[in-house]
Structure formats: C-alpha cells, structure tokens
Design a protein around this ligand. Sequence first.
Ligand code: ADP
Ligand code: MG
Length: 495
Amino acid sequence: MAAGNDGAEHVMTNGTEGEVAADPRLDAQWDRIRNRLQTELGEGEYRSWLRQACVGGLDGEELTLLLPTHFLRDWVRGQHGSRLSAAWQAENPAVRRVDVRVGTITPPPPAGDAATATSTTLATGNGNAPNGIPTFARPAARSADAAGRGSDIAASLDPRFTFANFVVGKPNEFAYACARRVAEQPACHGFNPLFLYGGVGLGKTHLMHAIAWDLPARAGGAGASVAYMSAEKFMYRFIGAIRTQATMEFKEQLRGVDVLMIDDLQFLIGKDGTQEEFFHTFNALVDAGKQIVVSADKSPSDLSGIEDRLRTRLGCGMVADLHATTFELRMSILEAKALAAVVAVPGKVLEFLAHKITTNVRELEGALNRLIAHANLFNRKITLETTQEVLHDILKAHDRRVTIDEIQRKVAEHYNIRLTDMASPRRARNVARPRQVAMFLAKQLTSRSLPEIGRKFGNRDHTTVMHAVSRIGELMAHDASFADDVDLLRRMLEA
Ligand code: ADP
Ligand code: MG
C-alpha cells in the first residue's frame, strides 16, 4: 500500500475537484473483490467503511481507490490497506499497490474533447498547471499526487522512492552517488545529463524520484520545478500536442522546468519525430543550465535505434549503471523492508527469498509484500513452510532448472577432477569427496529422487546418495570453509 501524501489530495479532472472518470474493467474486478470482502469482513464492517469506495483508476502498477471523505480514507488506509492490496494483487496481477484517496467518479467526458480528456491536473495546492501539462511535480509540497486515472496522463512521484529508502550496496553505489550529487547540485559540470541504466527492477526509477524529492529541500524550500515522465508519456504528450496544435505550449512548458527527467528512454527507439523533439528540448535545457536525468535499460552506446547525435548528447554527461544485485544487497533490501512491516519475518525466510528471487528487486519486494499481506489477512505467522506455500507460483517461476549434468560439470571443474570420475568406481578421497558434493547439490537443487541421482553417478545405490547427502551436511556444519565452498558452488549453479 502506497503511503499517501498528506497535502491536498483531491484528484481533479477537467478542473473539477475530486472527480475522475471510471474504467469498466476495473469496476468489474472491484465488484468481485467487494463481494469477497463483504463475506470476509461481515456486512456491518463492510457497509461502514468500504461500501462507498470506488475505483479511481490504474496508473502503472498503482491502483487508486476513492472514498468521499478524509476520515473514511484514513480509516480504510489504516485498517484495510494491506487487505485491499492483497485482494487486488490476487484479482489483477498488474496491480502492485493500492492507494486510497479522497475523490469521486464522473462520467467520461464527451468524445472529441481530447484536450481536456487527457489533461489531468494535479492538486498541488498551489494552483498549478491550468494548461494540463503532465506531471509538474512540486515535491517541495510533497504533493505530487497521481492523477486518478489513465496511464496516458501523468506519472507521479512515489513518496516511498527516496534516498533514505534506497539500500546502497556494491552494485548500485556508483549510480546512487551520482544521483545524490545531482540532487545536491543540479546541472553541475560533468553530471549533465545524468544517464542511469540497468536491467528491470534495479532501482532506476527509484533513484530518479529520489532526486526529485531531494531537490527542493536543498533549494531552501523554494521548490525547483521538476518534470518527470516516462519516455512513452513524453511521446504521447508530444503527439497529443501536435494533434491539438499546442506544440508551442508544450515546448515552452518543458523548457521552463529546472529539471527534466525522462524514464525508460528505450521507448523512444524508432520514434524519430519524438526523438527529434526530445533532442531539441534536451539541447535547449542544457544550454539554459538545466539538469536532465535520463534512464534506460542499456548504455547510450548500446541503445540501437537512437539517432547518433542524440546518443552522443546522452553520453556526454555522467553515465552510471545499476548492476545486477548480489545476495548481500538483496538481503539488505529485504531486511530494510521487513523492518517496516507489522509482522515479524524470520531471517531464514529473508535468506530463502534472497536466494530464490535473484533477478529483480521489484519481484523480491512483491514476494515479501505478498507474504506479509497473507500473514496479516489470515493472522498467521510467517515461516519457511508458509512462504513456500504462499509464494509457490513465484518460486516455481524462479526455480531455475539445474540439471545433474550441470552440477557434475561445475563440481568437477571446481575440484579439478575429470568429469568421468563422477560416474567412476574410484574411491580415492580426492574424487570421492567432490562426487559426494555433487550428489548433495543434486539433491538440493533438483527434484530428482535418490535412486535417480544414484543412476547418474555410475549406477550407485540410493543409500550411497543418502549417505553422501548426510556426510556433506555434517562436514558443512563442522567446517566453515568447506561450507562456504559448497555454498559458492550452489550459488554459481543457481545464478
Ligand atoms: P527500475 O526503474 O530500474 O525498473 P524501480 O526503481 O522501479 O526499478 O525499482 C523496483 C522496485 O524495487 C521499487 O519498488 C524500488 O523501490 C525497489 N528497489 C530497487 N532497488 C532498491 C534499493 N537499492 N533499495 C530499496 N529498494 C529498491
Ligand atoms: Mg523504472
């Protein structure tokens, strides 16, 4: 559940406070969830708090639920927040977070009213953006609230994506340091543009939002104006501006900001007209001493389909990559997130998750959230068993199929013995021990039975495998360096 901002919170469309348009598909999903909640919570509780809730919209991964008063909103957030998140995640996998806000629904605007239909104004409390430019977040007021509806409009700044909430480790320390530097001193020499790149879910968007949140505080509260949007949104806005003959305004507005942030630039690949516009905006801003921050999934030189002059321009500031996470970083992130949870999450469970979900911090976080939501919902303790049960689908997807052949190869290589010795009858310690390690790992990392494993090791009996498994377990318990060795092998195989 996204923590809300406590500033002005109304969602506005077409200048009318507290109103957004409805989306029938989400409404149908909400109807199903409602029915379940009614049963789960009981009629009285449901009627008191949730009956008046309606869906505001889905923006990215965040679903907005609207309630008519601040009092209801606060209560539902506090009492039913995790339940709602869990219920939505179960109903619609695209939903990762649920935010509860004050607002109501209006019928969709008439067709042909394109300009107003796509312009949602953010309630920032300082009367901004009558022109409907996407997200001109003014983080000084912590009020960059998401427009209630429609992925075609604004992206907002996530209040949780701050520097304080970013866990720093080897793989991301350089990108983190660069982001901090830019927040401290926008447009300083050598850091403009800041180009952040890395795989999905490694923290690019988080760092960009963190810069935006940090800027105004440093500017003494004056509030630097930040335009943050995905490249995709930039493109839609630009195309929309062309259609409504408002390109001049669009350009003026973009060029009026202090910091322009474009997320996921790879979406502009092949979109020549938009690239051209971005290029000019980019140049105008840099010339005027403004800061640009861009993210992408690849480095500028690896982004194919980007015009050369833009590529050159993108690479001429600071390029920082976010590397794949390490086990240590994943553990630190999980520990930090678990600390904030209302239920206790045992260290063993965190370790298990950090071992199993290795690709993407978003998924790691999602798994932990689901675990916590489930524990809350059913009032159950979190254990390794409940973890495996609750997350079985996620875990299955991450169960990389390690084969016994791979294990034998890796282990033979590691101990410098011949691969054929894995199946040979030789009993010399220097081959027998690695063979036992391989059997142990085969038992741990594959779903093969003991007899199946035995067959792969020169038709050995299942009792031999069993003995190997327990012997290696014993040795690991008594010899830390041996345990590290086996652990390392396991990680290499799982990676
Ligand atoms: P990207 O934009 O690179 O795809 P995000 O910035 O959206 O990834 O990160 C995905 C999720 O993982 C977010 O919820 C973010 O807060 C979290 N996350 C990623 N890296 C870290 C980190 N180092 N510390 C804390 N949270 C992180
Ligand atoms: Mg992102």
